[in-house]
Ligand binder design. Structure first.
Ligand code: GUN
Length: 283
């Protein structure tokens, strides 16, 4: 039987309607949730992501500001932009679009963002909350992916979850979130031996590799939940890390690309920003 498609557009529409209601309620209290995105340089993929973040804000009635800095921006200039946004009461969420140009230190920039305005969940404080399972901001992509996994209604307790990719943005936090759901988690990466032996055990398989069509049907267990985090461009067409056409014949559930996790990432970013704005409301 063909897999059920986990449609990020449909899920996002429902969630964004709820977010828009919370934005309206905040505006009635005189607060317009605001997101600032800093984009350094001219990376074409980042340009698209940043544009979509701005569109998402508009859709739910939030304020958004994009700060474009030239490729040759120094660390001091970047840090100073972040500090200005930290001090700006119109801004509840600050996001530095990654990757940064090579001469800039990503960790230094992320550490400058006030943890309560870190709507990406990348600050060490929030990464620590994720690790310990205490309350903090959860990174948008893994949060969106987990929402999609949970939407299947399957009981995650004791399930085998395999994550491919160990990035700080997706792989590591994804593994932590699945662990918090009591999955038995295997985190695979480019040095993993016999990758397919791991992936074939997976009840939940998350691919965050960055290679088009990397996950093939022979690597997937019958009935598995397959979450495709990849966004690759092949001949001008956007596709994921999973060979969607063949894997969907074997999986129980699968996310498409586009229209899957990417859409949910922005929805979670909007949600994290509204959360941050709500935290500023005085009781
Ligand atoms: N680059 C790719 N994905 C992301 C993300 O979720 N946040 C930021 N800041 N940069 C990214």
């Amino acid at each position: 039987m063909a897999a059920e498609i986990l449609d990020g557009k449909v899920m996002s529409e429902r969630l964004r309607a709820e977010i828009a209601e919370r934005v309206t309620a905040l505006k009635e209290k005189g607060i317009t949730p605001g997101l600032a995105v800093i984009l350094v340089g001219n990376d074409p993929a980042s340009e698209i992501y940043v544009r979509n973040k701005g569109k998402g804000c508009k859709e739910v009635g939030m304020y958004s500001r994009t700060i474009r800095l030239p490729e040759e921006t120094t660390q001091e200039e970047l840090n100073s932009e972040i500090e200005k946004l930290n001090a700006d009461s119109a801004i509840h969420g600050v996001l530095v679009q990654l990757p940064l140009p090579k001469h800039l230190d990503e960790q230094e920039a992320l550490a400058k963002i006030l943890p309560e305005k870190d709507v990406d969940g990348f600050h060490l404080i929030n990464a620590g909350h994720m690790l310990t399972g205490t309350e903090g901001v959860i990174a948008c992509t893994p949060r969106g992916a987990l929402y999609m996994i949970k939407s299947t209604g399957i009981d995650l307790d004791g399930k085998e979850a395999v994550v491919i990719g160990r990035s700080n943005i997706v792989g590591k936090p994804m593994a932590m979130l699945l662990l918090r759901e009591n999955c038995t988690v295997t985190l695979c990466h480019s040095r993993t031996k016999n990758l397919a032996e791991h992936t074939r055990r997976a009840d939940i398989l998350v691919a965050a590799v960055g290679k088009a069509g990397f996950v093939t049907a022979d690597m997937v267990k019958d009935g598995a939940v397959v979450i495709d985090v990849g966004i690759n461009r092949v001949d001008g067409k956007v596709c994921g890390d999973v060979d969607f056409e063949n894997v969907k014949k074997k999986a129980g559930w699968i996310t498409p690309v586009p229209g899957g996790v990417g859409r949910m990432t922005i929805t979670m970013l909007l949600d994290n920003t509204v959360d941050a704005a709500e935290r500023t409301v005085k009781p």
